[in-house]
Design a protein around this ligand. Sequence first.
Ligand code: SF4
Length: 259
Amino acid sequence: MSTVIYPSPIFGPIKSRRLGISLGINLLPGDGKVCTFDCIYCECGLNAQRKPQSKFPTRKQVAEALQQKLEQMKVEGISPNVLTFAGNGEPTAHPDFAAIIDDTLALRNLHFPHAKVSVLTNATRINKKDVFEALKKVDNNIVKLDTVSVDYITRVDRPVGNYNLVELIDCMRAFDGQCVIQTMFMKGTDADGHSVDNTGDEYVDPWIDAVADIAPREVMIYTIDRETPISNLQKASPETLDDIVARLQRRGIKASASY
Ligand code: SF4
C-alpha cells in the first residue's frame, strides 16, 4: 500500500488541470492521519495504520508558515489560484479551525487577493456553530456526501463517533447554496467481500433527491484515482459518472465529473 501523508502545515504548491496552482494547508499532524471518518478508499490510509506521533500544528505555526510561503511565492513570481485545506484527514477537527480560517483569509487578502480559499471537509463537524460559520466565509466550501444510505456510510465512510445524517443534511441546506457537494462513486467490494457499488439507482436516486433539497452551488463527483488501502475497490466508469452528471443537470443542478 502506498498511501500519501502530507507534510504539515503547508505543502505544495501543486499544479492541477482543474484547480490551477494550489497551495495545500494541512491542519493535521505531519506524520500521520486524524479523521472523523475512516473511509476504506482514503488515500492517506486507514486511521489505525496511520496514527500520528506528533501534535496538530498550532494556529500560530500555521499562520507563520503560510505567511512565509506566500512571501516566498511572491519572490519566485508564482501566484496561487487557490489555497486548499486538505491533507492528512479532516481539517475541521483542528480545535482552532475557525480562527485559522480567519488568519488565512487575512493573509490571502494581503498577498494574493485573487486566490480562492477552498476547504475539503467530510461534513461531520458542520453541526458545530464555529465550524459552520467559518465554512460560510470561504470561497469553496466543499462538503462530502457519498450517499444517503446510512448503512453504506457505516461500511464505507466509517464515521468515528456519533453520526447523524439527517442533522448534517439540514446543516448543508442551511449553507443556503454556499457549498459544493463532493461525492465518491465506485464499484468493487470491501475487505469482507460486500459490494461497495453506490452507482446503482437505489443509491443514486435518493442521493439526487437529497442534493436537490440541499441546493448546493455545484456538485463534483469523482472516483478512485490512486492506490487505496483496501485492494478490491474499483473505479466507476466515465460513462457511469457522465450519466449521473446528466441526471443532476436535468434537475437543474450544476455538476461535473473527474475520472
Ligand atoms: S474523509 Fe477524507 S481524509 Fe477522512 S478518511 Fe475519508 S477520504 Fe480520508
